[in-house]
Design a protein around this ligand. Structure first.
Ligand code: HEC
Length: 164
């Protein structure tokens, strides 16, 4: 029949284009996974740097207040103290939430967050004194402070260079 040939061509074209399309889709996907702009690449590189050099410190010294992973000390069960701590953890997370890695969530932007971290760490304001006197979270060592500030410094440079 005359039509069979037509249908054969149709199906052949269809299957070829399906394979083609899925291949094209694959390429597009790998492209999508790559960071697009200079800015995205900078943010990604800061994240890798963070994971390696800073997150282990933050996990111990900051996550209790700045993330969803809070492990409370025994005195959290004391009425009054509980309320104060819960309120502070709420506030801390609103300011800066480290739960999902870098970039952090919270009310700042990437640059203001890095600057705020540098400031708080440099001035020895974090973890807050009232908690340090209760020995819930002891303060950062000089070496840890240096590692954090080196990271914020490198990261601000990266963002600076990536800015259009
Ligand atoms: C015991 C709880 C606690 C721990 C631990 C803690 N913080 Fe905080 N942090 C807070 C609270 C509460 C605030 C909000 C202060 C306010 O709004 O007055 C805050 C605010 C901040 C801010 C200010 C955010 C902004 O936008 O200005 C930064 C930066 C910060 N913390 C960094 C850190 C870092 C880095 C660590 C770990 C080295 C840390 N904090 C550990 C409770 C904590």
């Amino acid at each position: 029949m005359k039509n069979t040939g037509k249908w054969m061509t149709f199906f052949l074209t269809l299957s070829v284009s399906l394979v083609w399309a899925s291949d094209g889709h694959h390429t597009e996907k790998t492209l999508k996974e790559k960071p697009k702009s200079k800015w995205d690449r900078a943010v990604q590189s800061i994240g890798v740097d963070y994971q390696k050099n800073v997150e282990p410190i933050f996990k111990v010294s900051c996550f209790d207040c700045h993330s969803g992973f809070t492990s409370y000390p025994w005195y959290h069960s004391i009425p009054g103290i509980k309320g104060m701590m819960d309120g502070d953890v709420d506030k801390a997370k609103k300011n800066l939430d480290m739960s999902n890695g870098y970039p952090f969530k919270g009310n700042g932007n990437l640059e203001s967050d890095l600057k705020a971290i540098t400031y708080q760490v440099d001035k020895g304001k974090m973890p807050p004194l009232k908690y340090r006197v209760m020995h819930w979270k002891s303060g950062l060592t000089e070496k840890q402070k240096q590692a954090i500030e080196d990271w914020t410094g490198r990261s601000l440079d990266k963002l600076d260079q990536a800015e259009p």
